[in-house]
Design a protein around this ligand. Structure first.
Ligand SMILES: [Zn+2]
Length: 138
């Protein structure tokens, strides 16, 4: 297993209430010329977890920060206008994201939990992980 020190959270940048499947994300990322879905886990609107790329494989989710990290994504992140960044996490997604983060901390001994927007001029994941419960689980 490759060493993993950090979990980076993302959103799918899709409108509030619209479900997105692993299959769709996989197709988007293949269209970019990648080998397949760049995230390791996907949290659907109902809070269920769906596997993306195996965690043993380096992800494709943050330019320059894929080595030593895993990338998880929740479905949502935009308001219904499909443009405005918005924290659209459902209560079920929030609960799952906390549980997944705790599990990854326990499994890998993570040193950091962060959001994509800490590494790029992007809104993703449409909230500040540092100010969220997710950023205070270590
Ligand atoms: Zn992202």
């Amino acid at each position: 297993m490759r060493p993993i020190k950090e979990l980076i959270w993302h959103c799918t940048a899709t409108p509030e209430g619209r479900e997105v499947t692993v299959k769709e994300i996989d197709a988007w990322h293949r269209a970019r010329g990648w080998s397949g879905i760049g995230y390791h886990k996907v949290v659907y609107l109902d809070g269920t977890v769906h596997d993306g790329r195996p965690e043993a494989q380096i992800g494709a989710h943050v330019e320059g920060h894929n080595s030593g990290t895993i990338g998880y994504v929740y479905v949502g992140g935009l308001a219904k206008d499909a443009k405005t960044p918005k924290d659209t996490r459902t209560p079920a997604q929030r609960a799952t994201m906390i549980a997944l983060t705790k599990a990854a901390i326990a499994k890998y001994g993570l040193k950091k939990v962060s959001g994509h927007n800490q590494y790029a001029a992007k809104a993703c994941p449409s909230f500040d992980v540092r100010k969220d419960e997710l950023g205070h689980l270590l």
